[in-house]
Design a protein around this ligand. Structure first.
Ligand code: GLU
Length: 480
């Protein structure tokens, strides 16, 4: 492809549902192709199905695209505003003889199809109105005078050379008897008007393409390059659905996935670049040239998606994660936590978690002051008298430590461990319980450095206080 500077792609969702994995992947491909060649990426909302289209879905699709930073050029185009344009296109085809009025009722057409079927032929409209010279009238539709023979061929960006027999296609309806334009017609009029050079879409549309090519020809419009990407399957190679863990893009947001990670994951469902898995956005724009689109369908794998997200979290600059994390901290009422502390916590956790949800959850004890810390069940109970003695002694050592950074704190703990001749765990675990309320968690010296001396000591004090053995009241001791 050497179309540098001239490439125009478009994403054309129908607002009959939220943006899902498959649609999002198509949008990502179209965006990357345009950006790679320094071209334009356009958005068209295909809302001609007035019954099934809903404003809330349009809003949701646009929000999902913004969230994934799939920024389109110019204003989106809405098909329902363009009926006049489609109708004037149909009038032009009627005037040039490429289209004709048809007076057959749906029942008559069905009877023709039935007859063809019974003769073992492909069910089709037999073209009987083509030569009747009918004009407009109630119940009349407009049909394309399609060629009866020859082949319709094109080189698909994904599937290679494709060829269809014209005799397989009948004279398709362009305008229904209620005056509305048909889907294939409006798509072609728009793609031509928007100067789209590359139509990349799911291969559920591949059978529309020969029909659309006939419309391009009739309109005298230049053909774009077509590319049909295979559908995404579930891990069981069946049609992808909710039961495979596939969700709408907005739902992944709630799960704590980073937009760049989702884009990265989606791109790899149908495109490859050697065996590389992790790409940032700039790299994708640089590398995605429309080649290496996979012919065979990819399977959606939620575990891999989490892995890709973990990789993006690990590699991200902590400052970029801060705004992403805020909504998750808000869940715990911690969105106002000190920014420097949150950044320090991000540095500690970003290589340990797979999602922002995990990150916020693990950050919670670090951001919560001693008085509000909660303890996992069994955590305080694990503080034996021996563990409490370690904590009490360490409290003294930590209070007197000259420096309160990771290395110094490690040295303090290590010195205690050596002096007492115990395993690190004997000290590390009680410390973790006191500081995090849990026996698991990140490096304890890092945690203490992040929260600072005052908070660390306050948390040790609280753990000691909560586990102070109750003095047995005298009178109880005397009971049998
Ligand atoms: N509106 C169609 C869809 O959502 C897309 C058509 C196209 O890309 O040509 O499947």
């Amino acid at each position: 492809m050497n179309a540098r500077g001239k490439v125009v792609t478009r994403f054309a969702p129908s607002p009959t549902g939220h943006l899902h994995i498959g649609g999002a992947r198509t949008a990502v491909f179209c965006m990357l192709l345009a950006r790679h060649y320094g071209g334009r990426f356009l958005l068209r909302i295909e809302d001609t199905d007035l019954e099934r289209s809903r404003q809330e879905y349009t809003d949701s699709i646009l929000a999902s695209m913004r969230r994934l930073k799939l920024d389109w050029d110019g204003d989106p185009i809405f098909q329902k505003d363009r009926f006049d344009i489609y109708n004037s296109g149909i009038d032009r085809l009627l005037a040039s003889g490429h289209a004709y009025w048809c007076g057959c009722s749906p029942e008559e057409v069905e009877a023709m199809r039935e007859k063809a079927r019974s003769e073992g032929k492909k069910p089709r409209y037999d073209g009987r109105c083509r030569t009747l010279g009918l004009g407009p009238g109630p119940g009349r539709s407009v049909r394309l005078a399609a060629p009866r023979e020859g082949r319709i061929e094109f080189d698909d960006m994904v599937k290679g050379h494709l060829s269809f027999d014209a005799s397989e296609l009948d004279d398709m309806i362009l305008r229904r008897s209620d005056g509305s334009p048909t889907y294939n017609f409006s798509v072609v009029v728009d793609d031509a008007a928007m100067n789209v050079t590359h139509v990349l879409r799911g291969d559920d549309h591949v059978n529309n393409t020969p029909r659309q090519i006939l419309i391009y020809r009739a309109l005298g419009a230049e053909l774009p390059v077509f590319g049909h990407v295979p559908m995404i399957l579930g891990p069981d190679r069946q049609k992808l659905s909710k039961r495979h863990g596939a969700k709408a893009v907005i739902e992944y947001d709630k799960d704590g996935l980073l937009p760049d990670a989702l884009v990265n994951y989606l791109v790899r469902l149908g495109w490859s670049c050697g065996d590389r898995e992790i790409f940032d956005r700039d790299e994708l724009v640089r590398l995605f040239d429309g080649n290496n689109l996979n012919r065979s369908p990819a399977a959606f794998d939620p575990q891999k998606l989490l892995w890709v997200n973990a990789e993006h979290l690990r590699r991200a600059a902590p400052e970029t994660l801060l705004p992403e994390l805020l909504p998750f901290l808000r869940e715990y009422g911690l969105e106002k936590a000190d920014e420097k502390l949150v950044l320090a916590c991000i540095r500690i956790l970003q290589a340990r978690v797979r999602t922002l949800t995990d990150m916020a959850g693990q950050m919670r004890p670090l951001l919560t002051p001693a008085a509000g810390l909660t303890y996992e069940s069994g955590a305080l109970e694990s503080l034996t008298p021996e563990a409490r003695r370690h904590l009490a002694e360490l409290r003294g050592r930590l209070a007197g430590a000259k420096d309160f950074d990771r290395d110094a704190l490690h040295a303090v703990i290590q010195a205690h461990v050596e002096e007492k001749d115990v395993k690190f765990k004997a000290v590390g675990q009680p410390l973790r319980v006191a500081l995090l309320g849990s026996v698991n968690g990140p490096d304890i010296a890092q945690v203490m450095q992040a929260v600072g001396r005052d908070d660390a000591l306050a948390k040790l004090d609280r753990a000691l206080e909560l586990t102070t053995p109750m003095r047995q009241p005298q009178h109880q001791a005397r009971l049998p």
